[in-house]
Design a protein around this ligand. Structure first.
Ligand code: GLU
Length: 303
């Protein structure tokens, strides 16, 4: 640890204030009223499909015989994957992407079983069949592709740093020293990059929200993960937290699937590619005012 000096937190507060609007504007997807005969609801920009069949997808076969969809998500990442502890409502860009996929497979909100799975346990949950697919700030990497497959990408962000609002010594990745303690999630690309590319000490937990608590209590100097995630935390406490520096990686978010289920991979990729305005509507609803950049990426070829 090193003592941070009282400094200019203005930029961080400005970003966070923007993001605050986004975090408070998310509406739950489960309570929409029926739209004008097109199968959509007034709140959800997707339709629940009927008579879906996907030849050659073991995952879809399992979903069909079960009659419900099991989805892995995060639930402590505001704006992306969040479970409100008082209302019990799930909100966020990733959660809505997961709902859109379920709807395209023919399953409405009441047929989705969400499970919170931390970064380190995602591959194993997919391999075990505990979930049918995972949508939660899950970067597509070659290492992970040895164990699972990904549809997408559906979003691109990059790694950043979250520090106390009065810290003016940590200004970006290259400012980190051996005196700094940087917190991140076990099993993430974020913690690995800090270990590989900086002299900083590291501390890890299952979740980023635990790191944020440590940062607020002065136990660590910074939290690192994708900027899209960090902006959500800063927005919750703009007086005390700020995002600093340029992003220093490219994180391409994919939908985690059972390895080799190319039929489902292709189905979801086609949904992303031919989805019209749905992606943009989901983005605008959840992250539109956050300051996160907003372009839908092209999907990777199916492999
Ligand atoms: N996107 C990074 C990863 O997949 C960090 C965020 C996360 O842990 O979900 O490792």
């Amino acid at each position: 640890m090193r003592t941070s000096r009282i400094g200019a937190a203005f930029a961080g507060i400005a970003i966070a204030a923007l993001a605050l609007t986004a975090c408070n504007s998310g509406t739950p997807g489960s309570t929409g009223s029926e739209g004008e005969g097109d199968g959509t609801t007034s709140e959800n920009p997707w339709e629940v499909a009927t008579d879906v069949s996907i030849d050659g997808s073991p995952t879809f076969d399992a979903i069909s015989s079960r009659g419900s969809v099991k989805v892995g998500v995060k639930e402590d990442q505001p704006g992306l994957g969040y479970l409100d502890p008082t209302t019990n409502e799930r909100t966020g860009f990733d959660v809505d992407i997961a709902r859109w996929i379920a709807a395209s497979l023919g399953y409405d909100e009441d047929k989705i079983e969400f499970q919170a799975i931390p970064s380190a346990n995602r591959e194993q949950a997919i391999i075990n069949g505990d979930i049918d697919y995972y949508v939660g700030t899950y970067s597509i990497t070659d290492e992970r592709k040895q164990q699972i497959s990904f549809a997408g990408p559906y979003f691109i962000t990059g790694q950043g740093l979250l520090v106390a609002a009065d810290n003016d010594t940590i200004t970006g990745k290259d400012s980190l020293t051996a005196d700094d303690v940087v917190c991140s999630a076990t099993g993430s690309t974020s913690i690995q990059r800090i270990k590989d590319e900086t002299p900083a000490q590291t501390k890890e937990y299952d979740t980023y929200s635990t790191c944020v608590e440590d940062l607020k209590n002065g136990q660590v100097d910074a939290v690192t993960t994708d900027e899209a995630i960090l902006i959500g935390y800063a927005a919750q406490d703009p007086d005390n937290l700020k995002v600093v520096g340029d992003v220093f990686s490219e994180e391409r978010y994919g939908v985690g699937l059972a390895k080799g289920d190319t039929a489902l991979q292709e189905f979801i990729n086609t949904m992303f590619t031919d989805g019209g305005d749905t992606w943009q509507a989901i983005f605008d609803k959840n992250l539109g005012a956050s300051g996160v950049s907003a372009e839908q990426p092209a999907v990777d070829p199916v492999e």
